[in-house]
Design a protein around this ligand. Structure first.
Ligand code: ADE
Length: 290
């Protein structure tokens, strides 16, 4: 079972959507929320990936349903939320986690590539949040958590994603203000380098650079997926009832590094929290012989 630090039954009777629930952070969040009693609705583009996660959650007695939807498609998002509302009634939580990008220097990004990344990482999240607000949360309140990224200062090689994620932080702040009147809280979580399946999507030429990431992080390691899920669950929970418009950095202190100031070797680094019983090390981080 998932080893959550939150009390069991915390999300009993709650319905929570997790986009990008078929892999990585989304899969982990779906597991933790269902372990805490939520009915979790996982959304993604690929039925087989969603089915695999649903089978894992089923196997430990969790409540889960799958929905195929392209979050870039306005009609599809409107229809998705309408069918969820007619089947389940209120939606209490939304985790806008679906995302994706490709590495490229800015000067080589085509208009098509730029727009695709903006649509997935900014517009899709807006559409999901707007439809949840208009079709259900406006009546009964709710909590939205947008997963962004550590793009503070810059995001070299990922400029389209950095621009989209920065836009999502601004969207989070404006939605927090405009939707507070309905009892809807809107926050974001900005993960740093996470040891997640998404790392294996990058080209092999990036493997060396990926393995070196912890050298730029004060806590000197990668995050586990469970270390991202826990703050997402916290922000969805009643413990965060007075938090809205916040972006919680979960990055081991990476943006606090000052170029030119040496980083001491870790003496007593806090141990990683890995509550996810199905976590696996991405291939790019596996030692030879693993
Ligand atoms: N995950 C990544 N991109 C997505 C999209 N466009 N729709 C749904 N899930 C996604």
């Amino acid at each position: 079972m998932y080893r959550s630090i939150f009390k069991s039954g915390l999300f009993d009777g709650k319905t929570v959507i997790v986009t990008g629930g078929g892999s990585g952070i989304g899969r982990c969040v779906a597991h933790e929320l269902s372990a805490l009693g939520a009915l979790v609705l996982i959304v993604g583009r690929t039925q087989s990936k969603l089915d695999a996660v649903a089978a894992e959650i089923d196997a430990v007695g969790g409540k889960v349903q799958t929905y195929v939807c392209n979050i870039r498609d306005e009609d599809a998002v409107q229809n998705l939320i309408a069918s969820i509302v007619s089947e389940h009634g209120s939606i209490h939580g939304l985790v806008n986690n679906a995302g994706g990008q490709f590495p490229s220097p800015l000067k080589q990004i085509s208009l098509k590539g730029w727009e695709a990344v903006l649509q997935t990482n900014l517009t899709g999240g807006f559409l999901m949040a707007r439809e949840c607000l208009n079709q259900t949360m406006q009546r009964g309140g709710g909590a939205i958590v947008n997963i962004v990224a550590d793009m503070w200062g810059s995001m070299p090689g990922m400029g389209h994603s950095g621009a989209a994620r920065a836009g999502m932080v601004s969207f989070t702040e404006t939605a927090a203000f405009e939707w507070a009147q309905y009892g809807v809280r809107v926050n974001a979580v900005a993960p740093g380098y996470v040891a997640s399946s998404g790392m294996d999507a990058y080209p092999p030429t990036m493997a060396e650079a990926i393995r070196a990431f912890p050298r730029t992080v004060p806590l000197q390691r990668f995050a586990t997926e469970a270390e991202i899920s826990a703050p997402v669950v916290f922000l969805l929970s009643e413990a965060a009832s007075f938090i809205t418009g916040a972006t919680l950095r979960v990055d081991g202190g990476r943006p606090n590094v000052r170029g030119g100031y040496p980083m001491e070797a870790a003496q007593n680094p806090p141990a990683a929290f890995d509550g996810f019983h199905l976590a696996s090390t991405p291939k790019v981080l596996q030692q030879e012989g693993d």
